[in-house]
Design a protein around this ligand. Structure first.
Ligand code: SAH
Ligand code: SF4
Length: 389
């Protein structure tokens, strides 16, 4: 019998597992707190559990971390880990420290099947889904490693964004229990608005997330028309813009005080003209009288990589684009990048590992897009800084 990885379980699943060992629910809660709140992986050290339970657990369970393949620390304090997920695959996780918060950007898949033109993860293709335990192991490692390093016994990570490698809503079965552990008061105790799921627009699963666990939602829009979005984000052919915006609208109805963040990666000469900004204003305006008033555009400087054949919009063009959105009554921000010196772009480092022979990829030393997105999602309206816990 292979040992159960307890990082795979939300509290209900852990309670069911403990019950199968003849233990009561409160034992599961104690165990859960040891694992997630104290970062303990060794059952022998869980001092308030009965010795008989510790022995049972040692025989049939494990808290399985991911192996760290590398760690890079940026001059600005950003930390990027590359974790081994077997079969030659690796995923990345990035910690972004700021004065008032610490944000962790987590991966949900090795590679990604959506295949967006501007995304280096997409260019790698899809390897496999991560399990719940592999998603949570990124948070578990980062939180407890950083507490040890900073000599803190309090929480270091205040916000989580599912903006690493992969499309989280194409791995929903593993994502949902992971989100529940993040929100659980006996787990990481993060509030709903401090956990952001970013999606390229898997409409039916947005509907399920709304019902199951309506955390903050970020939608990767990137284009004002279906014609262009079909090309940039191939999933648009299945779930076109009108359907996507309607599902955003329904999401907000469930969580009326929240905001949707629209991510928009600025690609030179592709989606960055003032005319396209006007089209976006019109598109959002068409969403009815209530409209998507509760939305915010996050303009991301494209992080170039050679295989994409795309280039980043000039700062001037980005500013002009933002001004049109703002003049049209939308909220728009342009994000500065962080951790430029450690290549923390979406899929960048894992891309290097996968593709060792590709000198061009290896040579890429580009600033971060993923961090820009992550950082702004963490500070988006709806994830208020003033929120206290
Ligand atoms: N699959 C999800 C989440 C991971 S990607 C999604 O697409 O939303 C996180 C964000 O990084 C997305 O908004 C994505 O469009 C953006 N991104 C990916 N590659 C990028 C690049 N090379 N430059 C800038 N942003 C990029
Ligand atoms: Fe996948 Fe998101 Fe990259 Fe598109 S941008 S390929 S959905 S990870």
């Amino acid at each position: 019998m292979t040992a159960a990885n307890l990082l795979d379980f939300d509290l209900d699943a852990l309670a069911a597992f403990c019950q199968s060992l003849g233990e009561k629910r409160f034992r599961a809660t104690q165990l859960f707190r040891w694992i997630h709140q104290r970062g303990e992986a060794d059952f022998a050290r869980m001092s308030d559990l009965a010795r008989s339970l510790r022995e049972k657990l040692a025989a049939c369970a494990v808290v399985r971390p991911l192996a760290v393949r590398s760690e890079h620390v940026s001059a600005d304090g950003t930390i990027k880990w590359l974790f081994d997920v077997n079969g030659g695959n690796a995923v990345e996780t990035v910690f972004i420290p700021e004065d008032d918060r610490g944000t962790l950007c987590i991966s949900s898949q090795a590679g990604c099947a959506v295949g967006c033109r501007f995304c280096s993860t997409g260019h790698q293709g899809f390897s496999r889904n991560l399990g719940t335990g592999e998603i949570l192991a990124q948070l578990w490692h980062a939180e407890h490693e950083l507490r040890r390093r900073f000599g803190k016994d309090q929480r270091v990570i205040s916000n989580v964004v599912m903006m690493g490698m992969g499309e989280p809503l194409q791995n929903y079965a593993a994502l949902l229990p992971a989100l529940r552990v993040m929100l659980d008061d006996h787990g990481y105790g993060l509030s709903r608005r401090r956990v952001t799921v970013s999606t390229s627009g898997v409409v039916p699963i947005i509907e399920r997330l709304r019902e199951d666990c309506p955390v903050a939602l970020a939608v990767s829009l990137h284009a004002p028309t279906d014609e262009l979005r079909d090309d940039l984000v191939p999933l648009n052919r299945k779930y076109p813009i009108a359907e996507l915006l309607a599902s955003c609208q329904r999401y907000l109805e469930r969580a009326p005080r929240d905001f949707i963040t629209f991510e928009y990666c600025m690609l030179d000469g592709v989606n960055d003209s003032e005319r396209q900004a006007q089209e976006l204003v019109r598109l959002i305006g068409e969403q009815g009288p209530v409209g998507l008033v509760a939305c915010k555009f996050n303009l991301i400087p494209f992080n170039p990589f050679p295989a994409s054949g795309l280039t980043r919009s000039s700062e001037q063009r980005v500013q002009a684009f933002a001004q049109v959105l703002i003049a049209g009554g939308l909220i728009a921000t342009v994000r500065k990048t962080r951790g430029d010196d450690i290549d923390a772009a979406c899929g960048q480092l894992a891309g290097e590992v996968q593709d060792r022979t590709d000198a061009q990829v290896r040579m890429t030393r580009a600033p971060i897009a993923m961090l820009a997105v992550a950082r702004s999602a963490a500070s988006a309206p709806g994830t208020p800084q003033q929120e206290t816990r």
